[in-house]
Design a protein around this ligand. Sequence first.
Ligand SMILES: C[S@@+](CC[C@H](N)C(=O)[O-])C[C@H]1O[C@@H](n2cnc3c(N)ncnc32)[C@H](O)[C@@H]1O
Length: 271
Amino acid sequence: MWNNTAKVASIGDLVQLVGMRHKSYIFNIVEDKELHTHRGVIKHNDLIGLPFGSVVLSHNESPFFLLQPSLSDILLDLKRITQILYPKDIGYILLKMGIGEGQRVVEAGTGSGGMTIALAYAVGKTGKIASYDQKKEFQNLAKKNLSLVGLEERVEFKIRNIEEGFDETEVDALFLDVMNPYDYIPQVKASIKPGGFFGCLVPTTNQVSRLLHQLRLNQFAFLEVVEVLLRFYKPEPERLRPTDRMVAHTGFLIFGRPLLSELDLDNDNGK
Ligand SMILES: C[S@@+](CC[C@H](N)C(=O)[O-])C[C@H]1O[C@@H](n2cnc3c(N)ncnc32)[C@H](O)[C@@H]1O
């Protein structure tokens, strides 16, 4: 369980050990278990009761820092059998779609559950996520990933091709990460409350164009297409410069708002 307000590590906690070269291990503390790393063995029992931020030594005296993983650490470490959404995109999506405490949110596809974890975290204890995927094996992994962080109770998993539509209506927000989102826009519109939020990620520009056509046809307004570029720097104060490599492309993000009005607000010909 991810208890990110705890001060000391306890049995069952999801913790992170970071070695000197930043190699990191994220795992639940289990009594009498051992973590085997290329820099030696660490007994889980030695972590119990230790304050976060402490240094622990492996059996061959290699140091590791005991930390609570951030949501970003957890997502990047997740077991996956599908492509997952990256923290850089998820962060913007959550803010852009106003995801917060108590909301009802729908997503498809579940995939490995990366986005599901972030949504479940953002809606808090009183919110609810309905997550759709047509493949059972993907949802099985997503369920495991959700229970790793203790957020599975906030999610209702549904196996379905979303062509058949969503059970939920009047939801606050709906996010799609499927190959052909443009084929499901009437179904999406029937599920989101008027004025709610729609968001989507697709990897290619031709998918973006097809999606924009469909969103306009279905009276989605305030359309936005955006790409989030994230560049890391080497943290050397006297030689500050970008790292040599970067993830240059993950996907394009498309947002829109379903309105009751049928005015074309994105195409006013300059009036
Ligand atoms: C790239 S993965 C989603 C990854 C997920 N957002 C994450 O962060 O882990 C795409 C998923 O969409 C599902 N999918 C594709 N088309 C679908 C459809 N028509 N109905 C339901 N699920 C669909 C696939 O089975 C796959 O699991």
